[in-house]
Ligand binder design. Structure first.
Ligand code: GAR
Length: 188
């Protein structure tokens, strides 16, 4: 059995899509969800799937060694960042090199890097007048949003889009593709 740990800071709709897709899968399971926010929606979303969630304060995330220990104890094969809004520190990127992936709500390298997350990304896409946006699933290394790209999917940006309407279109793409890409990575 391959074991996934999901890191999430927010609502957790991607974590839910992944949990739903993998429910009943005999080869891959979501072992746990780690968060930096006790009040993040992801905790509730995991309850119907019986997936344990844990919150760690920012000191633990910045040190990262305790997170590595949790992941090793849980025998995690793949770390999936699904709306995780903290930088992954070096002890973790080193210990899990090639085994951490992230989803970003734009077509990287456009609109990536420090400060580019969630709504900030959609606002930047609209401000730039881009006619298309999309999602990028990529490996995580020391550089924010800089790791090797695994998968991208595109969608149009409409003239009357707001950050919210664009975010909704992006979420549809994310929920459709992210679980599939994870499954392919772990079964190939
Ligand atoms: C997703 O759109 C994800 O791409 C984005 O946060 C959202 C989380 O939604 N991630 C980033 O911006 C990372 N740079 P969710 O909590 O509903 O899954």
């Amino acid at each position: 059995m391959k074991r996934i740990a999901i890191f999430a800071s927010g609502s957790g709709t991607n974590a839910e899509a992944i949990a739903r897709h993998l429910a009943g899968n005999k080869e891959i399971e979501v072992a746990c969800v780690l968060s930096n926010r006790a009040n993040a929606g992801v905790h509730q979303r995991m309850q119907p799937f019986n997936i344990p969630t844990h919150t760690f304060p920012k000191e633990v995330w910045s040190e990262a060694h305790p997170i590595v220990e949790v992941l090793q104890k849980e025998q995690i094969d793949l770390v999936v960042l699904a709306g995780f809004m903290r930088k992954i520190e070096t002890p973790l990127t080193t210990a899990f090199a090639g085994r951490i992936i992230n989803i970003h709500p734009s077509l990287l390298p456009r609109h990536g890097g420090p400060g580019m997350y969630g709504h900030h990304v959609h606002e930047a896409v609209l401000a730039a007048g881009d006619s298309e946006s999309g999602i990028t699933i990529h490996y995580v290394d020391e550089q924010i949003d800089g790791g090797e790209i695994i998968f991208q999917a595109r969608c149009e940006v409409r003239p009357d889009d707001t950050p919210d309407t664009l975010a909704n279109r992006i979420h549809v793409l994310e929920h459709r593709h992210f679980p599939q890409v994870i499954e392919e990575l772990l079964t190939r």
